[in-house]
Design a protein around this ligand. Structure first.
Ligand code: SAH
Length: 345
């Protein structure tokens, strides 16, 4: 039997494992507390666990973080973290400080299979899903890089890969992150999961009752344009997608986020903005405009600033809350849509 990485087990699964090893559920809770509450990954340090229990735990499992291979600082204060996984593949995460916030953007897959035309990660294709331990491991590693007394405050699933295409590991990692008693204790409202628009996944995800924020990568206001930019739109049209979003359970004052990458001459006209406002009618929405971040070989350009601001003001005029995301880490290949490992030469 291969050894299990305890870092990817939910507290209740750690309890089950403890019982399996002849201990009590309480032993499992102790392990969860050490790992997730105290950040201790060394079984030898878990002093309140009996020696024999620790020995059988070591036989069955390990507590392994992905190796932090590289940390690259950007001029804007963000940092790109590159992790080398056990099989040698690499994923990245980005740490972004902003006032008293520290946001971590993390990955869910090695590469991505959705092939959005404007996204560099999409050119990699999909290698494999990350395990829950590898997803949680990015967060635990990032927290260990933080200065004494600081930790990541907000988490966005917006790195490499499509979270809803790695459903089980996504949900397990979220349960570990949001368990306030024995897990990492993050408020679900500080976590955002972004999807390319997998309708079946959105519906199922809504039923999990996790309470995390949902972000939809929309990027176009007509099926024609969206299907050209995002092959996934050929499976689920805008209408189907927005119908699923309308049914996504929201808490009081919670909103659905929509990301819209602005591509010069492709989806940035005043008509596009008006169409977008119409599409979002009746949805408690917040739109984030992302001016296109370039990469070698891309066929798109970022619109001029005036055009970006015009698009925003058209939406605002139609009553749609809209902000512009000036991506961080562009100088280190860490901005939205620029994540690719290894970096193309
Ligand atoms: N697969 C998920 C998670 C990735 S989130 C999703 O699609 O939502 C990364 C965000 O950056 C997505 O909204 C993506 O569409 C956007 N993006 C991709 N390439 C980009 C680029 N070159 N410039 C700006 N944003 C980009």
């Amino acid at each position: 039997m291969s050894r299990v990485n305890l870092l990817g087990l939910r507290p209740s699964e750690l309890e089950d494992l403890a019982v399996e090893l002849g201990g009590s559920r309480y032993r499992g809770r102790q392990v969860a507390t050490w790992i997730y509450r105290k950040g201790v990954l060394d079984l030898d340090v878990m002093s309140d666990l009996p020696k024999e229990f620790r020995a059988s735990l070591r036989e069955r499992g390990e507590i392994a973080l992905p190796e932090t291979e590289r940390v690259t600082p950007s001029q804007d204060g963000s940092q790109k973290l590159v992790f080398r996984l056990e099989d040698g593949s690499r994923v990245s995460a980005v740490l972004m400080p902003d006032d008293d916030r520290l946001t971590l953007c993390l990955s869910t897959q090695v590469g991505c299979g959705f092939a959005c035309a404007f996204c560099l990660t999409g050119t990699m294709g999909l290698t494999r899903n990350l395990t829950a331990a590898e997803i949680v491991g990015q967060l635990v590693s990032a927290n260990r890089l933080c200065a004494e007394g600081r930790r990541v405050t907000h988490i966005v699933f917006m790195g490499m890969g499509e979270p809803l295409a790695n459903y089980a590991a996504l949900v397990t990692s979220l349960r570990i992150m949001t368990d306030g008693r024995l897990g990492l204790g993050y408020s679900p409202r500080r976590i955002t999961v972004s999807t390319v628009g997998i309708v079946s996944g959105i519906e199922r995800f809504g039923r999990e009752g996790l309470g995390v924020n949902l972000a939809i990568s929309l990027h176009a206001a007509s099926d024609d344009v969206r299907s050209r930019l995002m092959p996934v739109n050929r499976s689920w049209s805008l209408e189907t997608l927005l119908a699923a979003v309308r049914r996504y359970p929201l808490a009081n004052r919670q909103r659905v986020f929509f990301e819209y990458v602005l591509l010069d001459g492709v989806n940035d006209s005043a008509e596009d903005a008006r169409r977008l406002a119409r599409l979002l009618r009746g949805i408690r929405a917040k739109v984030t405009l992302i001016p296109f971040n370039g990469w070698e070989g891309a066929e798109f350009r970022r619109p001029p600033l005036a055009k970006i601001l015009q698009f925003q003001s058209t939406l605002l005029g139609a009553g749609v809350t809209t902000t512009v995301r000036w991506s961080k880490g562009e100088d280190i290949g860490a901005a939205c849509g620029q994540l690719r490992e290894p970096i193309p030469a």
